[in-house]
Design a protein around this ligand. Structure first.
Ligand SMILES: CC(C)(COP(=O)(O)OP(=O)(O)OC[C@H]1O[C@@H](n2cnc3c(N)ncnc32)[C@H](O)[C@@H]1OP(=O)(O)O)[C@@H](O)C(=O)NCCC(=O)NCCS
Length: 219
């Protein structure tokens, strides 16, 4: 574990807080036991803190996102205590009329390699920070890192986030990092006709990273 600790990034801004940061495939260096433990803690936090704000996926599904290199995670130095978590959830559009449910059931490699689906947007979501480390900048740090990870994996694909209108701290996070709120119609246009709010009832704001969609509000 020593070498992993040395290899993973410790942001100078936060190093005094003694945390480790795992991005994308960094989690491959962890044992299955460590990975599952972190996935379970992420789910626990989503259930405890997320309420109606968030989806509550099972740990097995979160583990799939981690193993697909689609997460960014902050832990303590033992890699046992999860302090913060975020994931990338790509939305696909079928090239033909083929059913499928994305990364939870089939891998991104499967769908894109086969040419069956193409990505139309990447939803940055499941953002959680443990209460004792909130308001220290972890949320904004994770959102920005998720954005750069998304650009690495899905270059040029729009990045979005859906935040319920009563979630003041999360609205603040995305506004502060420069994302722009758009109408459901604008979001649908940006995502090539796919409706990110389908099946989601709480009044919400859809944010778009303007760096991922040049000309936002000018089209
Ligand atoms: C949303 C969440 C991840 C933010 O994490 P965090 O580490 O506290 O975020 P940051 O410290 O980077 O930024 C929080 C900002 O919100 C502000 N904030 C906190 N509570 C607020 C409130 N009630 N109203 C307005 N702003 C608030 C903080 O002052 C800070 O702003 P600043 O950058 O100007 O100082 C965290 O609150 C959380 O885990 N919430 C529960 C889960 C959740 O709702 N996730 C989001 C789903 S979209």
């Amino acid at each position: 574990m020593e070498s992993l600790q040395q290899s993973i990034l410790i942001s100078p801004d936060f190093s005094r807080l003694g945390y480790l940061f795992l991005k994308g495939y960094d989690v491959d260096n962890l044992s299955q036991d460590h990975q599952l433990n972190l996935a379970k803690q992420a789910v626990f936090l989503m259930e405890k803190l997320g309420g109606e704000h968030m989806f509550h996926p099972p740990a097995e599904k979160i583990l799939k996102f981690m193993q697909a290199g689609h997460t960014a995670i902050i832990t303590d130095h033992s890699l046992r205590q999860l302090w913060g978590f975020i994931k990338l959830d790509p939305w696909f559009k079928p090239s033909a009329n083929i059913p499928g449910e994305g990364i939870g059931n089939i891998t991104i490699d499967d769908v894109t390699r086969a040419g069956l689906y193409f990505p139309v947007g990447v939803e940055v979501g499941s953002l959680v920070v443990v209460p004792q480390h909130q308001n220290k900048g972890f949320g904004k740090f994770l959102a920005k890192e998720a954005s750069s990870l998304s650009e690495e994996i899905y270059p040029g694909i729009p990045r979005i986030a859906v935040v319920t209108n009563d979630n003041l701290s999360s609205l603040h996070v995305f506004t502060k990092i420069g994302w722009i709120g758009v109408s459901p119609e604008e979001a649908k246009y940006i995502m090539q006709g796919v409706d990110v709010l389908e099946g989601w009832t709480p009044p919400s704001t859809i944010f778009v990273d303007p760096l991922s969609f040049p000309g936002l509000h000018n089209y």
